[in-house]
Write a protein that binds this ligand. Structure first.
Ligand code: GH3
Ligand code: MG
Ligand code: MG
Length: 361
């Protein structure tokens, strides 16, 4: 059998007899009844027991029912509690004033109990609907929060995904510009990661990615953002960091990865990573997209010049390499690595080339 909730009703009347009369009849109907003989006590009890309904006498000394209902309805800590005003005066003015003050219903004295009960039931139905709605609303808010989290999180590693990184970079970039603060990016890519999958299986690859993400997270500061930018490519956003410091940080990361033993079900393995580092302010970096491209270009040079290294955008090695590739404007939109694009699994990076050659122009 379904257990019916026991509704709590607060009866407020300056005449104790009236309270007791209603208490007896309502309790006989299965309601839990609380009584108050003045407005202030009513407000206190309402706060304490949070009744499902209040039967409120209008005419009371000190604080009348109008004031009580006004204060009740203004109290943001309380949920919706239907208030039925009981007025001895069968005057329209009194009813209007009560409803205006925030009462939900009224009943005139002397009280006809059958009528009162019908009003109580009707109000409790509304209360139930309202509670259900509030519950649904809060469930929906929770669900939206969760969805938002999911949409910004990388499913495999549990760290931020590319969308989240891009949102955050936009914010950090404008913050840096506004406050004339430096900002740096480290783009990391695991070297020869494809061979992990090929040699040890996709699950081993997944395990390495997860562990790799944790290494980056563990090394980053609280204010840094670490996310998975693509397959085995990770981006760190370092607010308030100059290029030199970011390069030092990336070098430390690189060494850490090089020394790290990755575990997967069935064994352990080692991998290295390459990093591209870029920072702003920098004459060749005008917006956050150019900053990402600069870090990506530097990463590309790191890959091209042997891997397991950190390359600084616009640094000596970066420029020497991009210059050696020539700066024929005809090539500007072509990938640097075009002739080597036959290497399986090494997609050309048009953006890298465009920016890299612009740097030498
Ligand atoms: P390089 O040193 O030039 O970066 O070589 P690489 O093998 O690391 O790079 P490449 O881009 O050739 O291969 C990346 C591989 O990463 C290919 C892809 O199957 C794998 N990969 C991408 N996402 C995932 C993933 O979520 N799990 C696993 N196991 N592998 C992934
Ligand atoms: Mg790689
Ligand atoms: Mg890659």
């Amino acid at each position: 059998m379904e257990h019916k909730p026991r509704y709590k009703i607060l009866v407020v009347d300056d005449h104790e007899d009236n309270v007791e009369l209603l208490r007896a009849r309502l309790e006989a109907r299965g309601y839990e009844v609380f009584g108050a003989n003045d407005g202030l006590t009513a407000l206190e009890i309402a706060q304490k027991v949070v009744p499902d309904l209040i039967l409120l006498d209008v005419m009371m000394p000190k604080m009348d029912g109008m004031e009580v209902v006004r204060r009740l309805k203004a109290n943001k800590d309380l949920p919706f509690i239907p208030v039925i005003m009981q007025t001895a005066l069968d005057s329209t003015e009194n009813k209007v004033e009560g409803l205006d003050a925030g009462a939900d219903d009224y009943i005139t004295k002397p009280i006809n109990f059958a009528e009162l009960e019908a009003h109580v039931k009707a109000m409790l139905r509304i209360k139930d609907l309202e509670s259900k709605l509030t519950r649904k609303e809060s469930e929906l808010t929770d669900l939206n929060e969760k969805l938002k989290m999911i949409s910004l999180t990388d499913g495999l590693t549990g760290i931020e995904n590319r969308r989240s990184l891009e949102d955050r970079l936009k914010e950090v970039w404008s913050h840096s510009v506004r406050l004339h603060e430096p900002i740096a990016l480290v783009m990391c890519d695991i070297d020869k990661f494809k061979s992990v999958n090929d040699n040890y299986g996709h699950l081993a690859g997944d395990a390495v990615l997860k562990e790799f993400a944790q290494i980056l997270k563990g090394e980053a500061r609280e204010i840094d953002r670490v996310g998975r930018y693509g397959g085995e490519e990770f981006l760190l956003i370092l607010p308030g960091t100059v290029l030199d410091a970011a390069v030092t940080f990336a070098e430390r990361l690189r060494e850490k990865v090089e020394r790290h033993t990755f575990s997967y079900e069935g064994g352990t393995l080692h991998r290295t990573m390459s990093c591209g580092v870029a920072g702003a302010p920098h004459p060749k970096v005008r917006d956050q997209e150019e900053l990402v491209r600069a870090a990506d270009d530097a990463l590309y040079v790191a890959k091209e010049t042997g891997r397991n290294k950190v390359i600084r955008f616009d640094g000596a090695e970066f420029n020497a390499h991009t210059e050696s590739k020539g700066n024929d404007p005809e090539d500007a939109e072509k990938p640097v690595k075009q002739t080597e694009a036959t290497t399986p699994g090494s997609p050309p990076r048009p953006a890298a080339t465009a920016q890299g050659q612009r740097a030498t122009a």
